[in-house]
Write a protein of this length. Structure first.
Length: 350
């Protein structure tokens, strides 16, 4: 996106431009600072951080998660998995789990709210795996309480099912639970984490679990064309993110809470959740999505300020919601400044 000088969004273009990313990577490439193969170092570091026996790099989270679910299906002899209706695999991946791997999805619960243990009790079909996404992105970044999360895991264990974590935003979720990453990941048989979302990497993912499962996943990675002999740029960018960005997640979450309070206090918009559970939350605006996007584009053209990436229509025709993820970009804005930007968007869109 040309013309952007400042961006509120974590995925805004300012910190994603090649020159900026390459400068961060170059600062970390001296042999003293980063000896050995970056991919191997990344896999070892994430295995230790997540408390798993082994971790494996994948070029995409789509491939990593489908491979994990396939392996669980083969081990249990059950090709059905269950998850929240608005999970990423079903919404955004062209149902590759079915087309490529022959798996079947059984929704549990309701699209508009968090999955609950009671929702799982209503699933009568034997399943090979329970997939849990932390946080639940499509409904605003809600997280279940720890006791509720462990109850859902126990439901799967009682039925002989594996438990897989869609941890694309596990880094952002950790401050909410205030527990080590390994303790959270320890609830799950397999864990997928993203290398580029919260960590500001280039692309890529890691799947972690026990040694036998990850060895099996390596075979499937080869079969699907995901073995990359020169994946070091992805790994190097992720290692930089682990050093520089991961320790900042609690500060990002606190800033998100302050931003949400400023936005709602002005009466222009409301947020989900209120207060946010993670650095990511949804802002609901009383204007149509197309008008909000046009207003945001006008702000870029006139002031060089990028407020959000995409507006999504709500059930009501004159309302929309935008996803706001607080990272280093948003840390450069005071909460009141961001609230004023959203007010400006609403004024222009109205």
């Amino acid at each position: 996106m040309s013309g952007v000088q400042r961006s509120v969004a974590a995925h805004g273009p300012t910190r994603r431009r090649p020159a900026f990313v390459l400068r961060r990577m170059l600062d970390a490439v001296s042999e003293d600072a980063l000896p050995g193969d970056p991919v191997a170092r990344l896999e070892q570091r994430l295995a230790e951080l997540l408390g798993k026996q082994k971790a494996l790099f994948f070029p995409t989270g789509t491939m990593a998660q489908q491979v994990a679910l396939r392996i669980h299906a083969e081990r249990t002899g059950r090709t059905t998995f269950t998850a929240h209706p608005a999970n990423h695999l079903d919404l955004w991946e062209q149902r590759g789990y079915a087309v490529v791997h022959g798996l079947r999805f059984q929704p549990a619960g309701f699209p508009e709210r968090l999955l609950t243990r009671e929702d799982l009790d209503a699933v009568k079909e034997p399943v090979g795996a329970l997939l849990i996404e932390l946080p639940q992105r499509e409904i605003g970044g809600f997280l279940p309480a720890w006791d509720e999360l462990t109850a859902q895991v126990a439901w799967a264990r009682d039925r002989g099912a594996a438990v897989h974590l869609d941890g694309a935003r596990l880094w952002e979720s950790q401050p909410f639970y205030d527990r080590p990453h390994a303790e959270i990941a320890g609830l799950f048989d397999t864990v997928y984490v993203s290398l580029y979302k919260g960590l500001e990497g280039v692309r890529g993912a890691v799947l972690a679990g026990d040694e036998a499962t990850i060895d099996h996943a390596e075979v499937w990675r080869q079969r699907l064309g995901g073995a990359m002999p020169d994946a070091w740029p992805f790994a190097l960018a992720a290692l930089v993110g682990l050093d520089e960005i991961l320790p900042r997640m609690a500060a990002f979450r606190d800033h998100a809470v302050a931003i949400a309070k400023a936005v709602t206090s002005g009466g222009v918009a409301d947020v989900l959740p209120d207060p946010p559970h993670t650095p990511m939350f949804h802002v609901r605006l009383p204007v149509p999505a197309a008008a909000a996007e046009a207003a945001s584009k006008a702000l870029v053209e006139e002031q060089g300020v990028h407020v959000f990436t995409r507006a999504r229509p709500e059930s009501w025709p004159d309302r929309c919601r935008v996803e706001l993820t607080v990272g280093e970009n948003a840390m450069g804005f005071a909460p009141d400044e961001i609230a004023a930007l959203f007010a400006d968007v609403v004024r222009r869109a109205s």
